[in-house]
Design a protein around this ligand. Structure first.
Ligand code: DGL
Length: 276
């Protein structure tokens, strides 16, 4: 039954990341909000963000957000830790809601951790910013340990998410973190959620892994409800559309998508970020 007095908004949800990292967030959003249209932007030309300067990341995030606004999105999910860290506050002047991945991860890590020892793995830029550590310490005196894992992103972008090489790299990066008795590990880079199975296999201990994908989808639902931005298509399942834009090499993106999800994707279009 269609309820009266519910405001509707059929404009799409905008999501962006440097590459395939935000796709798990996108899929989780689609799972709980199948009626919502989605526009995803992957800045494959400028990947990886993790080795870029703060100014460069802000500049790119701004350009992508303007592009998404031109596509008439009603809300933007910054499905990238590195971009969320540097850009979220600066982009408060956009007239639509902007959601970053950091706060939801922290919220759930704190709920999960019993011994107050939290590990964070992320890009070099994320780790060097210390934002996770500072935010967590503002809440309570947790012991927070960080580790940058710069090789993870290129492997995920190649669609390589398991096997011997991945095991070796995981062991190398996580060795010192696991010697400390952390009980919670934040995946502080959206690309790493593709490595979750390999991480669990190699960690061999009971550790809560905080993957932002599900939390972000819930966050999007809450904001859409609160701001009356839900699409009316909710009464017609599968009515929604998905459009993916990349800033270079759409063929590679499609190939990686296939390797990651064992499913073909067709609607990927290359656009020039400099023209936006
Ligand atoms: N997926 C991104 C993040 O969450 C960025 C990875 C990169 O491009 O370095 O930080």
């Amino acid at each position: 039954m269609i309820m009266k007095n519910i405001k509707i908004n059929n404009n799409p949800i905008g999501i962006f990341d440097s590459g395939v990292g935000g796709l798990n967030i996108m899929n989780e959003i689609h799972k709980i909000l199948p009626m919502e249209n989605i526009v995803y932007f992957a800045d494959t030309l400028n990947l990886p963000y993790g080795s870029k300067s703060k100014d460069k990341i802000i500049d790119l995030s701004r350009k992508i957000s303007f592009f998404l606004v031109k596509k008439k999105v009603k809300l933007i999910v910054i499905a990238c830790n590195t971009a969320s860290i540097f850009s979220l506050n600066i982009m408060k002047n956009f007239k639509i809601p902007m959601l970053g991945v950091i706060d939801p991860c922290i919220k759930f890590a704190i709920l999960k951790s019993k011994n107050m020892k939290i590990g964070i793995i992320g890009t070099e830029a994320t780790v060097n910013s210390n934002l996770y550590v500072n935010k967590i310490n503002k809440i309570a005196k947790y012991n927070v340990y960080q580790q940058a894992c710069p090789l993870f992103v290129p492997f995920v972008e190649e669609g390589i998410i398991n096997g011997n090489i991945i095991d070796v790299i995981i062991k190398k990066y996580l060795d010192s973190l696991l010697k400390i008795d952390i009980d919670t590990l934040i995946l502080g880079c959206t690309h790493y959620s593709f490595l979750k199975k390999a991480l669990i296999k190699n960690i061999k201990k009971k550790i809560s892994i905080i993957d932002p994908s599900k939390y972000m989808a819930q966050e999007v639902l809450n904001v859409l409800k609160k701001k009356s931005l839900i699409s009316e298509n909710r009464f017609k399942k599968n009515y929604s559309f998905l459009k993916i834009y990349v800033s270079c090499n759409e063929k590679k993106f499609k190939n990686t998508y296939y390797k990651l999800f064992n499913k073909k994707i067709f609607n990927v279009k290359k656009v020039n970020l400099e023209d936006m």
